[in-house]
Each structure stands twice: as C-alpha cells, then as structure tokens.
Design a protein around this ligand. Structure first.
Ligand code: UT7
Length: 320
C-alpha cells in the first residue's frame, strides 16, 4: 500500500444560526461591512449540549458511514481543535471512548490552530504510507463562539462553530500525493488564545486576539509560495488542479488564491458565506460540502490549503 486515500467525508453544523443582522444589535457593525470585507453572511453557533466533542462525533460517524466503515476499523484518531472540552483528556480520547475502540492512538492537535486539520492529515498520511496503520479518522471541530470577545467587532463577526471529518485509508491507487506543513513562530503575536497566561494572572477574560490586517497580508504571500511548493513537489502545473479547498477566513483571500491558480470560483469550495471561519473545521467542512453536492468527482485533483495562529500553514494535494 503506497498511498492514503480519502475514503469518506462528514460534517456537522449546529442548528442555531447567527446572521449579520443579529450582530448589528450586539456591536457597532453592519451587514454591508461584514459582507464586503469578509464575504460572511451568517455563522452557526452551538446550543446547550453541543460542544467540540459532540460535533466531532457526529461528523466522524458520518465520515465513517460514507466510507462504509465501522468505528472498530479505525486505527488512529486525530482531532484538530483549539476549543476542546478539556485540555486533557483529549477530545480524541473521549471520542475513542464513545466509539468503544480503546487501544488505538488518539490525540488532539490544538497548537496548529486553523492549520490543525492539514497538520492532522499530514501525520495520518505518514503513518498510513509507512504501513503502521491502515485507517485514520481526522477531524476538525471548533466552538469558536466560546473564545470570542462579543464586544469586539473586529473579531466576533468572523468566526463560527462546526466540525468536519475525513476517513483516510491505505490504498494502492494515488490519494494524498503530498502534504506540506510549515510554521514561523516569529509571528506569534498575530493570532493567539492566551489561556494559561491569563489564568496565571487571574484575569477572567480569555479571548482570541488577532491583528486581522497583518494576518491578511501574511496569508496572501504565504499561500502563493505554498501553491508553488506543492505543485513543484509533484511536477504538476496549476492547470492540473481541479478544485481548491481553502481555509475559510476571508472571501478576498480565497478569490485571490483562485486567481493565482487560474481557477474559476465554481471550482473553489466556499462555505464562508454560510459558516464564517470555523478554524480547524473549515477545510473538512468545505470538502464535505462539495463532495456531498456531487461536485467533486473521483480522481479529480484537489488542493487543500490553510494558514492560522503560530503562524502555521500547510497544504495537501489530493487525488480524490
Ligand atoms: O483563520 C485565520 C485567521 N483570520 C484571518 O485570516 C483574518 C485575516 N484578516 C481579515 O480577514 C481582515 O483583515 C479583516 C476582515 C479581519 C478586517 O478587514 P480589513 O479590511 O483588514 O479591515 P481593518 O482591520 O483594516 O479595519 C478597517 C476599518 C477600521 O476602521 P477605521 O480605523 O478605518 O476607522 C476598523 O475599526 O474597519 C473597522 N472595522 C469594522 N467596521 C465595521 C473592523 N471590524 C469592523 C466591523 N464592522 N465588524
């Protein structure tokens, strides 16, 4: 078995929806500003009883069903989340308990922030290629609503809650062609969630902090280089790419990246308008959407890309 292949995808979105008009009542913002500057029109928000674990479980079970597999078939669980129900035990361990499959490795990736899902895919891919495991469940799940300062218009309008999942399985046919993950800690101040720092100082407010404008410019430069690196590693051209499955942070960034690849927007998975930025969940949610709509066909070439706190960034080139 030479490759890992996507065997199934799944997702979960909370029923509760917060529209831009609802935010106009909370902070000094307008629907027009949010749509024009970000592309976001609404976002899903958890209700009582929903959290990173419950959403991960729903998305994970759906992905397993799509793959025609049972929880017992899973050899590794990786959950990418910056909003786990507890720092430890990991969300992945709780999930393993719900699935009743104790024994296999299960861990959370919370330090790669929005890039956590791509980091998780990269790790699972290495294990599968090496033949150590056959099947991995990789999930991104986020309750961003819990870490937002709902009085800060520069951040609270951007994010949403949800979960997405993929099942990766060993295959002789090409699947994941390559993954490329990176980080640059010199940009640590651009996006952060200072939980322990604040706790040690007995500060009560623990919110996501972001220099949006700086991050925007960094993302545009980084992602351009990332595309070139990813295609060059596979001796492929941008015209070979059928679909862009981007992290959903800002429609202007996504449109810029589509342009770099010469891809029309109907070959780009966009969920941002309905879901906002769901951090580590955004890529599997976007992938699941275009897969379930029947738009992405088997053997098409998908370019998945992300960037986020750290800074971290990464890509996966996937023969679907
Ligand atoms: O998952 C990865 C993490 N996130 C990102 O990648 C986000 C990347 N950055 C962005 O998407 C954009 O930078 C934002 C959407 C966050 C901001 O858009 P921008 O065009 O870069 O706006 P800005 O921060 O330069 O602010 C422009 C103006 C400011 O007012 P003044 O100083 O010009 O009077 C802000 O105070 O827009 C104001 N502003 C708002 N106005 C209405 C900021 N947020 C809002 C708001 N409603 N919600």
């Amino acid at each position: 078995m030479k490759y890992s292949r996507i065997l199934g995808t799944g997702s979960f979105l909370p029923k509760k929806i917060l529209k831009n008009a609802d935010l106009e009542k909370i902070v000094d913002t307008t629907d027009a500003w949010i749509v024009e500057r970000t592309g976001i029109r609404q976002r899903h928000i958890v209700s009582e009883g929903e959290n990173a674990l419950t959403m991960a479980e729903s998305a994970g079970r759906q992905a397993l069903e799509a793959a025609g597999l049972m929880p017992k078939d899973v050899d590794m669980i990786i959950v990418a989340t910056t909003t786990p129900i507890k720092t430890f035990p990991s969300t992945a361990c709780y999930l393993q308990k719900s699935f009743g499959i104790g024994g296999c490795p299960a861990f959370d990736l919370n330090s790669a922030a929005c890039s956590g899902f791509i980091y998780g895919m990269s790790i699972a891919d290495q294990y599968i290629r090496q033949g150590t495991i056959k099947t991995a469940l990789v999930i991104g799940t986020e309750v961003m609503s819990a870490i937002l300062d709902w009085t800060d218009r520069s951040t609270c309008v951007l994010f949403g809650d949800g979960a997405g999942a993929v099942v990766l399985g060993a295959s002789d046919k090409p699947g994941i062609l390559s993954t490329h993950i990176h980080a640059d800690g010199s940009y640590e101040d651009v996006l952060s969630l200072p939980i322990m720092e604040r706790k040690m100082r007995s500060e009560e407010s623990i919110f996501l902090q972001m220099s949006g404008n700086r991050l925007f410019k960094l993302a545009v430069n980084i992602l351009g280089d990332l595309f070139e690196e990813t295609l060059a590693a596979n001796s492929l051209k941008k015209s070979d790419v059928d679909w862009l499955i981007p992290h959903q942070a800002n429609i202007r960034i996504i449109q810029g990246m589509a342009k770099k690849l010469d891809l029309p927007m109907d070959r780009v998975a966009v969920t941002l308008d309905e879901q906002g930025n769901t951090s580590a969940a955004s890529i599997p949610l976007a992938l699941d959407k275009v897969v379930r709509e029947g738009k992405v066909k088997r053997d098409q070439l998908l370019l998945l890309e992300s960037f986020g706190g750290g800074l971290t960034w990464g890509s996966a080139l996937v023969r679907f």
